[in-house]
Design a protein around this ligand. Structure first.
Ligand code: GDP
Ligand code: MG
Length: 162
């Protein structure tokens, strides 16, 4: 069985960058423009002999002018297909209202949700992570999708649940 991992989070937190790292492709569109990845995007990868499927979503909270929309159909579908959710937040930007709204929605899923505090390259990972414990998600992983810092350890922990 290949566990299916859905990458969710508000725009610009690094979902597509992590997708590329986990699948080692340049397929997902990475940009400084929030909301550019419009479609769900599937990829596969493996750590050692453990394969997995990743879904990059760009569909959550991408309303205009910072308004957080209800979870879109595409993101909802990705969540329904997932065996585990990788919920990304931006460890440099800090905790936002959109993160809190998403966390509330994700807590209601009957699936493992891992909180990934991303962009911890060049910052103290403990300091960057501290405020995110308020989201009430116990599986917290400080990572840097861009450099790969802690990504292998994180994915091993996620896969160990299956
Ligand atoms: P998405 O909207 O969630 O898919 O975010 P993207 O993957 O497109 O990334 C948004 C921006 O954050 C881009 O400029 C990335 O280069 C940057 N970014 C992503 N991951 C990291 C990271 O680990 N560290 C740093 N410093 N920047 C990152
Ligand atoms: Mg994206």
């Amino acid at each position: 069985m290949k566990p299916v991992l859905a990458l969710v989070g508000r725009p610009n937190v690094g979902k597509s960058t992590l997708f590329n790292h986990l699948t080692r492709t340049r397929d997902a569109l990475v940009a400084d423009f929030p909301g550019l990845t419009r479609d769900r995007k599937y990829g596969s990868g493996r750590i050692g002999d453990r394969p997995y499927v990743v879904i990059d979503t760009g569909g959550i909270g991408e309303g205009l002018e910072g308004v957080v929309e209800a979870t879109t159909n595409q993101a909802m579908q990705a969540l329904s297909e997932a065996d585990a959710v990788l919920f990304l937040v931006d460890g440099r930007a800090g905790l936002t209202a959109a993160d809190q709204q998403l966390a509330q929605q994700l807590r209601q899923l009957d699936k493992p949700v891992h909180l990934l505090v991303n962009k911890i390259d060049g910052v103290d990972e403990h300091a960057a992570s501290a405020e995110f414990y308020a989201l009430g998600l116990s599986d917290l992983h400080p990572v840097a999708a861009e450099t790969g810092r802690n990504v292998r350890r994180m994915i091993e922990q996620v896969l160990s649940g299956f």
